[in-house]
Design a protein around this ligand. Structure first.
Ligand code: GSH
Length: 242
């Protein structure tokens, strides 16, 4: 079995998706926390490849972009839980939910975890805590990172024409509850790609107040507990196969 190494930011929802998928598949992996200020730890992947996380190293091979990584994992490790159903309709629903997570939820989350400068400071501390950065880098991430994160949150709100991140998040929580309906998982009786995407993105905000708002919805709480039993992981997450 080839070694798996995930280059990540602990608080990046796309990286959360990959950690959830790795856990669902029962795969052990190591993580490398990338310094968001200089991305020095990220391997050189050639011209045209975005300097972004997540990147998953599988043996000697590198795969980037969370969706591509999930598809690669599905191809190589279809069991024990397939993320993509053979049924075309179910598959389309799962892909649609994953796209919604990538294009909506992932943009709203930073606006509530870095929305105020004190929230941004807390987020930067989490990043510093989950990394192996040296003393100076650690300090720079705590101070510089919180300012940058706060700016990113403000830019995202403006770009999406929103004024209040918490209100935006409440709207998305309603949507999420609607998508869950009465099923145990978004994918029905078993989790699928949609469950992996939602679980991964939400797991990064577990230590933030917004998570309590989400868990105040009983259906979402029941779903999260069931999903977390299968895909739960820590943010720093060097993890061995179960
Ligand atoms: N479509 C990509 C998006 C990845 C992405 O935007 N990652 C962000 C962190 S959440 C990043 O690395 N940003 C660094 C930068 O843009 O400089 C995926 O699904 O993996």
């Amino acid at each position: 079995m080839e070694a798996l190494k995930l280059y990540q930011f602990a608080l990046c929802p796309y990286c959360g998706k990959v950690r959830s998928a790795l856990r669902l598949k029962g795969l052990g992996y190591d993580t490398v926390e990338v310094n968001p200020m200089n991305k020095r730890e990220l391997p050189e992947l050639g011209e045209g490849v975005p300097r972004k996380v997540p990147v998953l190293q599988i043996g000697e091979r590198f795969v980037w972009d969370s969706t591509e990584i999930l598809l690669e994992l599905e191809k190589r490790f279809p069991q024990p839980y397939p993320m993509l159903s053979e049924d075309a309709q179910a598959r389309a629903r799962a892909e649609e939910l994953e796209a919604w997570v990538d294009e909506e939820l992932t943009f709203a989350l930073p606006t509530v975890i870095y929305g105020s400068i004190s929230e941004a400071r807390k987020a930067a501390q989490v990043t510093a805590r989950t990394s192996n950065f040296g003393l100076w880098q650690n300090f720079a991430v705590r101070v510089g990172g919180s300012v940058i994160m706060h700016q990113v949150a403000k830019r995202m709100l403006k770009k999406r024409g929103k004024s209040d991140g918490h209100r935006w998040m409440a709207e998305l929580t309603d949507t999420l509850e609607g998508k869950l309906g009465f099923g145990r998982f978004f994918g029905g009786d078993a989790p699928d790609l949609g469950d992996v995407a939602v679980h991964g993105a939400l797991s990064v905000v577990r230590d933030f107040p917004v998570f309590q708002d989400l868990m105040a919805r009983p259906a979402l709480q029941v779903w999260y507990e069931a999903a977390d039993a299968l895909m739960g992981h820590s943010l720093a997450g060097a993890s061995r196969a179960a």
